[in-house]
Design a protein. Sequence first.
Length: 203
Amino acid sequence: MATDEYLPTTSYVILGLLTSREMSGYDLKQLINKSITHFYWSPAKSQIYGELRRLESQGLVTMREVPQTLRPDKRLYQMTPQGTEAMLQWLSLSGVEPDSYKSAILLKVFFGHMLSPEPYIGLLEERRRQVARDLAACERKVQELQAQGSDVDDEVFFPLLTLQRSITLNQADLGWLDNALGQLRQRQSRASTKRKRKAPASA
């Protein structure tokens, strides 16, 4: 029977990844960084280990220690049938929670009347470089997934759907940034022209 106790979303991240194979906390952290950070935040290692302890205490995963020379014993975690049931139960839940979104950059832009356009041009240029890097990373992940198998395979098809969304969002973000930068540069140019007109003529 699946657990009736509350589990945070990070627990389901771990359970879902453990469906593929037995892993250590370190393995899980590396796989999270590689597979889902284009749409979900990357929990700290301490949080991953905390969730593994929670899942073990609820009988949703088991742990075994593997002796290592010159290093502490490795702890490997495997999902139990109860863990599989809990994961399937969570996946089957109806209702969709709204995605949380906070943008410090947009907050600064919102209060842009307090500064000249110059700082915002630099800010959005840096953001554009970040988004371009994120887009390139998503496109590389698509190529890596496609190299692993056909999108007929569920293990390839569904991750590809999440990457397609991230690519679409990044492309839209680049479009907005280019448009915003164009408007800011025009505004900067007009402000510069006004200053020149107001400048006193030299004697």
